[in-house]
Design a protein around this ligand. Sequence first.
Ligand code: FE2
Length: 194
Amino acid sequence: MAFSIPPLPWGYDGLVGKGISKEQVTYHYDKHHQGYVVKLNAAASSNPDLAKKSIEEIIHTERGPLFNLAAQIFNHTFYWNSMSPNGGGEPHGPIRDAIDASFGSFAKFKEEFTGAAVGHFGSGWAWLVKDPATNKLRVHQTHDAGTPLTEGLKPVLTCDVWEHAYYVDYRNDRAAYVKSFWDAVNWDFANANL
Ligand code: FE2
C-alpha cells in the first residue's frame, strides 16, 4: 500500500483520563483516519503518479477528493500529537513566551482558541499557527479538510471539531469536548513545532 499512518502515540485508551474514551478514539482512528487512508490507497492503486507522491505533495498539488483525503490524513496525525495523557495545564517553555508575546496572555489565547473551536460552523478544525509573515502565533480555522499547509502557515496545535471527533462521548456538546482537549493539550508537541 502506498500510504499509511503512524499508530496512535498513546494507544486507544490513552486519553480516557482526559475525558476522551477508548470507544471514541477507536472509531475516530479506525473508521475515520484509517478510512481516508483506505480510500487514498484505492485511488493510488490505479494512479501510479499519485502513489509516488508524499501526503504533503498531494496536499500541495491536488484538488477535490484527493486533496480532501490527503489533508484529512495529515490533519488527523497532527491532531493525535496535539494531545497527550500527560498534557493539559498551562504552557511551558518557548510556547509560553510565544503565546504571551502574540496574545498577551495564555488566558486570552485560550479564550480565542476555544471560541474558534466551539463556534466553527459545521465541520472543520481550530488551529494555533505561526504566521511567517509576522513571526507571531495566531488562531486560525479551516473548514472541512482545509489545512494551514496550503495557506503558508505553520501549524503548531490543532483541535478537530468534526462531530465524529466527539459524538460518542459528548453527543452534540462540542464545548464539553473542547474542555477535554484543553485537559490533554500537548505543550511538548507545540514546543517542537515552534
Ligand atoms: Fe476527525
